[in-house]
Design a protein around this ligand. Structure first.
Ligand code: TRP
Length: 327
């Protein structure tokens, strides 16, 4: 069976775009692959974090993903810093990675901006830790969004470099471009739904009343579009297709085609279908967060399964590099 590794940032709220674009896909992948899902708290440290807040963020990330359907029975769900082999392999791979390759990463250029010499070096070596995450389990498949493809390409280069220097060891991890939906901002449908755009997103923790308000306020028409569906309406249809039964979608598509669609009807139905889809997730998430002890046990069990796998690969790597022995 193919092995999947994916890293999940503990960066606060998960929104509808993340859910329909990625998380729901991770849930499905559990049927076909051996999956490792890792909350990457060490990656989060590449930007400043409050020590008082980080634990809650990690707990929320675990709770949210469990509520969405990641299953600790079938998948290994754990927190990165609980398996110290990640950082050890990261160092070994850092020594194989050209600085130039890291400086070329688009995400580094965006995040470091003009402050390259004052930001933490973790921002630069971020993709090496990501490569270590994946290679530590010899994962061959990595579900990623478009924005992580470049990092994954570098992970493959690092794997090749290791293999050619020390002998065949790692498979070259392939991206699995998440086939999920691309959900646009409700209030600016030409941009992607994003946490950094207020009013653009619906969080998975959102109360029904707020969901209704946000959907009712969604932009529909933005001036004449000719015969094309406006981006806002198109986005509402995309969301509807992902949360409503096919006959409901068909009814609205037909109404649109015959020119009898009222946007307020579309929005009302969409809001109710969203509430129907998201309520169980919100409730389960809230319930899990009242029992942090249980969350702790789930990820401790995940780390206990991940760690021996990581230790075996790290031992192989060190042996090949000539470490840990005198002769
Ligand atoms: N960099 C990824 C992101 O921001 C998170 C991540 C860390 C990851 N390690 C990974 C993703 C390993 C896939 C595989 O989304």
């Amino acid at each position: 069976m193919s092995r999947i590794f994916s890293g999940i940032q503990p960066s606060g709220e998960v929104h509808l775009g993340n859910y329909l674009g990625a998380v729901r896909n991770w849930v499905k992948l559990q049927d076909e692959y051996e999956c490792l899902y890792c909350i990457v708290d060490l990656h989060a440290l590449t930007v400043p974090q409050e020590p008082q807040e980080l634990p809650r963020r990690v707990a929320e990330a675990i709770a949210t993903n469990l509520a969405c359907g990641l299953d600790p029975e079938r998948s290994i769900i754990f927190v990165q810093s609980a398996v110290p082999e990640h950082t050890e392999l990261c160092w070994l791979l850092t020594c194989l990675t050209p600085i130039g390759a890291l400086e070329r990463m688009t995400q580094f250029k965006d995040k470091a901006g003009g402050k390259r010499h004052s930001v933490g070096a973790g921002l630069l070596t971020y993709p090496v830790l990501m490569a270590a995450d994946i290679l530590l389990y010899k994962a061959d498949t990595v579900p990623v969004g478009e924005d992580q493809v470049q990092h994954l390409e570098l992970a493959r280069e690092i794997a090749r470099k290791f293999n050619s220097t020390y002998g065949p060891t790692f498979p070259e991890p392939q991206p699995l471009l998440t086939a999920g939906a691309r959900i646009m901002a409700l209030n600016a449908p030409e941009k992607k739904m994003s946490k950094s755009l207020p009013g653009s997103y619906i969080s998975l923790a959102e109360e029904p009343e707020t969901i209704r308000q946000k959907v009712m306020r969604a932009v529909t028409d933005v001036g004449p579009q000719g015969n094309e569906m406006s981006p806002g309406v198109k986005n509402l249809f995309t969301i509807l297709e992902n949360v409503a039964p096919p006959d409901v979608v068909k009814q609205f598509r037909d109404a649109y085609a015959s020119g009898t669609l009222r946007y307020s009807d579309l929005k009302q139905t969409l809001a109710e279908e969203l509430i129907r889809t998201l309520t169980p997730i919100r409730e389960r998430r809230a319930e899990l967060l009242t029992r942090p002890q249980e969350l702790q046990e789930i990820v401790a069990a995940g780390a206990a399964r991940a760690r021996p796998m990581a230790q075996a690969v790290l031992a192989e790597v060190k042996e090949k590099m000539g470490l840990g022995r005198l002769l």
